[in-house]
Structures are given as C-alpha cells and as structure tokens.
Design a protein around this ligand. Structure first.
Ligand SMILES: *Cc1c(COP(=O)(O)O)cnc(C)c1O
Length: 354
C-alpha cells in the first residue's frame, strides 16, 4: 500500500526533468523459481543488470540518463568522473560519452594496486573506448576515500585548464550520486510500482547493494514520500563512517528537490545493513562468494563479488533466519557488475579455489 496521490504527483514532476535515452527500460522482473521454493517466498530479480545499451548494463545507466540530460542543458563537452580502476560507473560514463560525442576523462583510484600493466574487464573496455584515463595510486597510509578527494581536486584543476569556458566541463561524482543522478532511482521506484500493479505483486522487502548511496537514496526517497509499507534494505559493500546514513538521507531529500518536491527524508526512514561488507570494498568475502555460487548453481544467474553477491548474502541470511514472512514477495535489485568476474583475480578470492 502507498499514497496514490503522491505517486501521481511524483510521476508528473519527474517527467519534467530532462533525460536522454541510454538503456532498455523498464527492466524486467524475473522470478527465481528454485530459490523461491527453497526459501518458501516469491523471490524476484529486477534485471538492471540487463539495462543495455552496450556491453554490460547496471544501475549506473539509469543515473546517466538523467545526468546527461543535465549535461545537455549545460552544453558541456568534457565529462569528468571518478571511481575505482574497475568502476562500473566510469565505464558506463565513457560508453554514454561515446554515444553522444563527448569527451570522457576518468580518474580511477587503484585500490587493488594492479595499475595498468595488465588491463582486464572494465579498465580494458575504458581503454578500447579511448577514454582519457588517469590512474590515481593510493599513497602510503591513504584510504580510498582520501584518494578519491585528491582525485577530485586533480580533476577540477585539469577541467579549469582545458576549458575555454566554464560550462565546457561537467564533473560527475563517484557513482553518479549527485541529486540529479539520484532522481533516476526515484523514477526507478515508480517503474517498479507500476510493474507490481500490473503483475499483482507486492514487495514487502527489497534488497540491493550500496556503494556511493545514490541508488538507496533514490529508492528510499520514493519509498518514504509515498508512505509505502515496503522495506528497502541497502546493503553496504564499503566500510563507512557512522554519519553515512545521514548523508544518504540528505541526498534523498536533495533528489526530491530536483523534482520540485519539498519533503525531508529522515535517517530513520532508511535501512542500511552494515554486516556484509566483509574485509572491505573490492575485497572478497566468504559469505558473498558462497552466495554467488548459490545463485549460479541454483538458478544459472551470475552475481558479482564486489556488490551484488555481498547484498544477496544479506538477503539469504535474512531468509535463512526466517526474518522474512513465508509466502511473501521479495525483490533483489540486480544492479549489474558481473564484468568483475573477468577482472583481476584479487577480486574473486575463494571463488577460484574449487
Ligand atoms: C555502483 C554499483 C552499486 C551501488 O550503487 P550506488 O548508487 O553507488 O550505491 C551496486 N551494484 C553495482 C554492480 C554497482 O556498479
């Protein structure tokens, strides 16, 4: 159940935001028959892993549709963004730039310390796309967040140097998690609601992976504003400081504001699961890898070790502990990322042991 008037209002206001077409939407709902039987629920995937239009989809495509709308509004040519060397977001940004004849400049923080010597998976594709790539090595004692801040300062300097005019460049934050990018996941939530209505489903629990928090902020903003009786469980894949939940709530509020809706999202309206990160971002966890194997062997579905397997591990844990009502509809939002299976061995861990 949710507030239908608010749904219509939100839907109308989101349509006023400029947006380009990058992916194949709406993404399908797909039932996992075998796992549904095993856990006595109706378990569905939201197939954002197949969101198109180029090789490998993922949640970033939704955000980029809105971000590129904003880029066109501003008339920017040089598009800067940030991520890890295997960033899905950076790759999708470069792909979108090529479609629209823009210049992608990627600042990639080398968390796994493999540099550019033997490029695989996303960074290989970034190279084939001819993106300008700046690898930012971690300094001694520096964590990934500090390195990312340093990368942003470097990008800002470069942007000002190459640009003849101020609006020649556009900086997309890591993960595309600006207010504009986040609005895409408010829209995604409405897309889901329409599918639920048409397919007579009612998801009481939704699970997905949390990186920068944009996806969670968007889904939770809509969930809170519509007063829906759904729990959106964001599962962290990065160790975060305590104030992260507050930042996500602020981002959710800001994203609603881009659609001209004045509504304050509170931290208490968000659910963040912090117990499934394992050792850290881009570091494999046993639980996640077991879940990745479970999905592959039971359903022929691939997850990725960095994001989706960690998030799915939380959901499986809750199912095993019977914290989810029997017979209820459960959604796992598959945000993509399976390209990581072709990345450096360090990302895979024990998956290669058997
Ligand atoms: C970026 C990403 C996420 C996290 O999305 P955020 O909006 O950054 O929190 C989840 N899964 C995959 C595969 C991703 O690439």
């Amino acid at each position: 159940m949710y507030n239908l008037n608010r749904y219509q209002n939100l839907n109308k206001k989101l349509k006023t935001l400029k947006r380009v077409e990058l992916g194949f939407f709406p993404t399908k709902l797909y039932k996992l028959e075998n796992l549904s039987k095993k856990y006595q629920v109706n378990l569905y995937l939201k197939r954002d892993d197949l969101s198109g239009f180029s090789t490998f989809g993922g949640n970033k495509i939704r955000k980029l549709e809105f971000l590129f709308g904003d880029i066109f509004n501003q008339g920017a040519k040089n598009i800067f963004t940030f991520g890890a060397t295997q960033s899905n977001h950076a790759l999708q940004t470069a792909i979108a730039c090529r479609k629209y004849n823009l210049n992608p400049i990627l600042y990639l923080v080398d968390i796994i310390g493999e540099g550019m010597e033997n490029p695989k998976a996303n960074i290989l594709l970034d190279q084939i796309l001819g993106a300008e790539i700046k690898v930012v090595e971690l300094k001694k004692g520096e964590n990934e967040f500090d390195a990312m801040e340093r990368a942003k300062e470097m990008a800002q300097k470069q942007a000002e140097k190459i640009s003849e005019e101020k609006n020649d460049y556009y900086l997309i934050p890591p993960g595309g998690a600006s207010a504009v990018g986040t609005a895409a996941f408010i829209n995604a939530y409405l897309e889901l609601k329409e599918q639920e209505f048409k397919q007579k489903l009612n998801f009481k629990n939704i699970y997905h992976a949390v990186g920068t928090g944009g996806t969670l902020a968007g889904l939770s903003a809509a969930n809170a504003y519509l007063e829906a009786d759904t729990k959106v469980h964001g599962v962290n894949v990065t160790h975060r400081k305590d104030d992260f939940i507050k930042q996500v709530a602020e981002l959710a509020t800001e994203a609603l504001k881009t659609a001209d809706i004045d509504y304050q999202v509170k931290s208490s309206q968000l659910i963040i699961e912090n117990n499934y990160v394992g050792p850290g971002y881009e570091i494999p966890s046993e639980k996640a890898n077991n879940t990745l194997k479970l999905f592959a062997e039971k359903e022929g579905i691939f997850l990725d070790p960095v994001y989706t397997a960690k998030a799915a591990a939380a959901m499986i844990d809750h199912l095993e502990k019977r914290e989810i009502e029997k017979g209820s509809d459960v959604l796992f939002w598959h945000t993509g990322g399976t390209n990581a299976l072709f990345a450096e061995k360090k990302l895979l861990g024990s998956l290669l042991d058997n």
